[in-house]
Design a protein around this ligand. Structure first.
Ligand code: RTP
Ligand code: MG
Length: 140
């Protein structure tokens, strides 16, 4: 399996509760390397653009509101099978359904405010990384 890259976002619920360090430790212990990282505050427009695939979903307004409500930490993670590996470490979208020991099971408070985002496939990973980072900001 070749090295893969994925986009990770530590969401505003996690920055608000000062658990970004704990989350990054889980990612690193899980075999992922942080090859790019920055703390930013998304505008409404940036959040809408990022989650455009969910535009028609009933939770879209709430999601955009939440994602622009405070700082986030955006990261590029690298590792073997990084996209699937990151989603394993994150756990299911709904923390009540997330496997024990995953980030969402251990830290998330609701399906909406669920601490982390991870790209869901190679195409989205590529697009999402380019949404936040230029090539020279990623140092492998
Ligand atoms: P993500 O994109 O953030 O990594 O999460 P995911 O793939 O596990 O979940 P997805 O279906 O892509 O949903 C994106 C985000 O929207 C919020 N959500 N709220 N209130 C709800 O029923 C609901 N469902 C989804 C969550 O923040 C979810 O991570
Ligand atoms: Mg998703």
């Amino acid at each position: 399996m070749a090295l893969e890259r994925t986009l990770s976002i530590i969401k505003p619920d996690a920055t608000r509760r000062s658990i970004t360090g704990k989350i990054i430790a889980r990612l690193e212990e899980g075999g992922l390397r942080v090859v790019a990282q920055k703390r930013i505050r998304l505008t409404r427009e940036q959040a809408e653009g990022f989650y455009a695939v969910h535009r028609e979903r009933p939770f879209f307004g709430e999601l955009v509101e939440f994602m622009s409500s405070g700082p986030v930490v955006v990261q590029v993670l690298e590792g073997e099978n990084a996209i699937a590996r990151n989603r394993e470490i994150m756990g299911a979208t709904n923390p009540k359904e997330a496997a024990p020991g995953t980030i969402r099971a251990d830290f998330a408070e609701s399906i909406g405010e669920n601490c982390v985002h991870g790209s869901d496939g190679p195409e989205t990973a590529k697009e999402e990384i380019a949404y936040f980072f230029s090539a020279c900001e990623i140092v492998g």
